[in-house]
Design a protein around this ligand. Structure first.
Ligand code: ZN
Length: 278
């Protein structure tokens, strides 16, 4: 029998709205040659420049606090978005420096990135960074140890559950919580697109909004029934487009029709889970 997670104040499920503000870093990490392709880079620019202000205003309207995962590079280049989001009570969390694949980096390099990006984010917000989301590819045991060392409380990177869980390293229980996410609850597989270099490789994408709307809402109904933690990932560079902002609005309106949903930032869910279950 599935044992439901206990959420605060008798809530039925947790809802974590998250945004990965990748900016140009995603494209630079995909292919370093993109550094000399201004048109490709400008796909990334759209996120912090045009998407972020729209998203922040929408969240204000719905009174929802979200988590924004920032690569240090993007935060350095567009600090106003970080500052404004933090000022409005959203969480700013760690997403590498240049959208690196932590699975391919040794401990020394990973440590450099942890040092650099946490300093950038903390200097802007004045708040301690608590959350980690692996930017591209994977992560290693060193990544988990660095999260502990840097005083993070959670990761939102894995795919193997739809509830939070306590992270272990070689059988040792850590103080870290994992808040798993899922590809079907990510806007990029539906909307992320470029011709040259091709993303996705086989081409053929740019979904109409009704497809992810159907998937996101059907999944939501399932999460609600089972009392789980719904973690949804958006990228300001693709969701921040005018028509898709209407889609995001419709989606949040749909979610708001359900009672007893706990809207929470990553750090709040991790804090609750650690306190209740560790
Ligand atoms: Zn990202």
């Amino acid at each position: 029998m599935e044992k439901p997670v206990e959420w605060p104040n008798g809530a039925r499920m947790a809802f974590m709205l998250s945004f990965d503000v990748d900016g140009e870093s995603l494209w630079l990490a995909l292919d370093p040659e993109n550094a000399r392709r201004p048109k490709v880079l400008s796909l990334g620019t759209y996120g912090p420049l045009r998407g972020m202000p729209r998203i922040l205003d929408l969240l204000e309207e719905f009174s929802i606090k979200a988590t924004f995962f920032y690569p240090g590079y993007t935060a350095e280049k567009y600090p106003e978005g970080v500052r404004e989001a933090s000022k409005r009570g959203h969480e700013i969390a760690f997403h590498g420096y240049l959208h690196e694949n932590f699975g391919n980096l040794d401990e020394k390099k990973q440590r450099e990135i942890f040092n650099k990006t946490t300093k950038i984010l903390e200097d802007i917000t004045g708040l301690k960074v608590k959350g980690f989301r692996t930017p591209a590819g994977d992560l290693t045991k060193d990544t988990l140890k660095l999260m502990e060392e840097f005083g993070f409380t959670y990761s939102s990177s894995m795919r193997g559950d739809d509830r939070p869980y306590q992270i272990q390293i070689d059988g040792r229980k850590t103080n870290l919580v994992e808040l798993p996410a899922h590809w079907e609850l990510d806007d990029f597989p539906y909307f992320g697109f470029n011709f040259t270099p091709p993303v996705p490789h086989g081409q053929c994408r740019i979904s109409p909004t009704d497809v992810p709307f159907k998937i996101f809402t059907e999944e939501f109904k399932g999460y609600y029934k089972y009392g789980l933690m719904y973690v949804i990932m958006f990228h300001p560079q693709v969701i921040g487009k005018p028509g898709r902002m209407l889609f995001l609005r419709n989606f949040l309106e749909f979610v708001k029709t359900y009672p007893d949903v706990w809207f929470a930032r990553g750090e709040d869910i991790a804090g609750h889970y650690a306190q209740r279950y560790f």
